[in-house]
Design a protein around this ligand. Structure first.
Ligand code: UD1
Ligand code: CA
Length: 459
């Protein structure tokens, strides 16, 4: 018996009123469809994942790549039609869990539990339902003598039916053969002229199959994202849940409502996070680090006892005991060594620094490899780009780069050299050397006489 999952992600998301296909929208900087796929993997009960794509399908495929198999729905004729597109991919006997791609708060516990229920009940179809104070927008669960009879979409519901507060979450677990057999019998004769997946309930009921509902108690998990307001609500729920989990495990947060942590982030104990900080992607924050205020960290590793203020760090690493900021920018594989000081308005790109490196103010370092105990003076830069290609700068141990120097790459500055302030260098510097590349100063005395500057030309 094979267990399949189908995720429906072909729709336009018309109610979002924007360009991006709905299921690609991010929550805490991760696309909502990625949550669903990751949680299905975490549940460990599914053998094969199929995602139905259609509208702007390449965007969804770029997010999920080879984590799933794809079915294509060229025209979006409804959720039932979307599932029909999987017929050729679901050949083996077993059951399928179907989930909408716009429900990112569904976690692996719900998936596992609902499947367990389906198996225990020996059901042909299980519909996951929940109860909402405000059921508007959702399909309503119709019961006769407490037994599930049908699901009616809001647009097709009578006023009386609209008062029902038990709704369809859009998650179903259903026997494979019966699923496709019943889809063959549904029509698009309804308010939206769509093939509704929900209509399989009526068909299977008529055929006397064993159907029932699994009631999800924590209804917020079943929130469907239909517009940008829903997206902000779901994001706020998720943010709160993640922050709570971290605070309970020894991470201090000052004003946590302003702190956003992605759900793949790892934060060790005794870390303090200050307001207006985002830590997202596959970031790791190690013990005793202090992060923020006003800092963004994405896909980066922050070492023990590091202190970061008002800075941006993307796809980079900062090793133990270093300080970053205020107003530093580390990106594209910057690797900052131990005990570094990366100060005000310093940008470091695709470069590595050794131990006790210092760039305290106003510097650009790109495509450079820097040794231990180097000081990089205020206003100095690596000139890594000639308008066509990028070149590397290599700086050895113990080098002192004075203020306002231009190091025109490719260039090697060997160990213990000193670069005079204001130099523009385009040749390598051997070790233990002082390199000066600037005009010498000329002092013309008595230039200011009798309260006036002298006009040299006239003289
Ligand atoms: C659907 C359910 C409704 C339920 C609600 C839960 C139907 C008819 N209605 O309504 O009972 O309460 O979800 O959130 O199923 N999609 C496709 N192809 C299509 C149409 C939709 O792939 O042709 C995808 C969408 O991308 C989306 C999902 O299916 O991820 C659900 O579609 P949506 O239009 O949001 O359905 P709802 O109106 O919310
Ligand atoms: Ca929806």
């Amino acid at each position: 018996m094979k267990k399949y999952a189908i995720i429906l992600a072909a729709g336009k998301g018309t109610r979002m009123k924007t360009e991006l296909p709905k299921c690609a929208y991010p929550l805490l900087k991760k696309p909502m469809i990625a949550y669903i796929v990751e949680n299905l993997y975490k549940s460990t009960v599914i053998d094969e994942l199929i995602t139905v794509v259609g509208h702007k399908k390449q965007i969804i495929k770029d997010i999920l790549n080879s984590r799933v198999t794809y079915a294509h729905q060229e025209e979006q004729l409804g959720t039932g039609h979307a599932v029909m597109m999987c017929k050729d991919l679901i050949k083996e006997p077993g059951y399928t869990i179907i989930l909408p791609g716009d429900m990112p708060l569904i976690d692996e516990l719900v998936i596992k539990d609902a499947i367990q229920f389906h198996e225990n009940e020996n059901n042909d179809l299980t519909v996951v339902s929940t109860k909402l104070n405000d059921p508007s927008g959702y399909g309503r669960i119709i019961r006769v003598k407490k037994k599930l009879q049908a699901i009616v979409e809001e647009k097709d519901a009578t006023e009386k039916q609209q008062e029902i507060n038990e709704v369809n979450t859009g998650i179903y677990i259903v026997d494979n053969e019966l699923l496709f057999g019943s889809l063959d019998k549904i029509s698009n004769n309804n308010a939206q002229n769509e093939y509704y997946l929900t209509d399989i309930v009526k068909v299977l009921k008529k055929d006397n199959k064993k159907i029932s509902t699994y009631l999800l108690k924590k209804s917020f998990k079943a929130m469907g994202i239909n517009d940008l307001y829903n997206l902000s609500q779901a994001e706020s729920i998720l943010r709160h849940e993640i922050n709570k989990k971290f605070m309970r495990s020894g991470v201090a947060m000052i004003n946590p409502d302003t702190i956003t942590i992605g759900d793949n982030v790892v934060i060790e104990q005794n870390v303090t996070i200050s307001p207006n900080t985002y830590i997202t992607g596959n970031s790791i924050i190690k013990k005793n680090a202090k992060v923020g205020p006003s800092t963004e960290i994405h896909n980066s590793v922050i070492g023990e006892d590091v202190n970061i203020k008002h800075s941006l760090i993307y796809n980079s690493e900062v090793k133990a005991n270093s300080t970053v900021g205020p107003f530093a920018h580390l990106r594209d594989g910057a690797i900052i060594g131990e005990n570094n000081r990366i100060g005000n308005f310093v940008e470091i790109k695709k470069s590595s620094t050794g131990k006790t490196f210092k760039a305290s103010h106003l510097a650009y370092i790109g495509d450079a490899e820097i040794g231990n105990d180097v000081n990089f003076g205020c206003g100095s830069i690596t000139v890594n780009y000639d308008g066509v290609n990028k070149y590397k700068t290599q700086i050895g141990d113990g080098v002192f780069v004075g203020c306002n120097a231009n190091l025109i790459a490719p260039i090697i500055i060997d160990d213990n050299s000193t670069i005079a302030a204001g130099s523009t260098l385009d040749k390598n510097v051997p070790k233990d050397t002082l390199a000066i590349a600037r005009s010498y100063q000329v002092n013309k005395e008595n230039y200011f006489k009798n309260g006036k500057r002298i006009n040299i030309k006239k003289k």
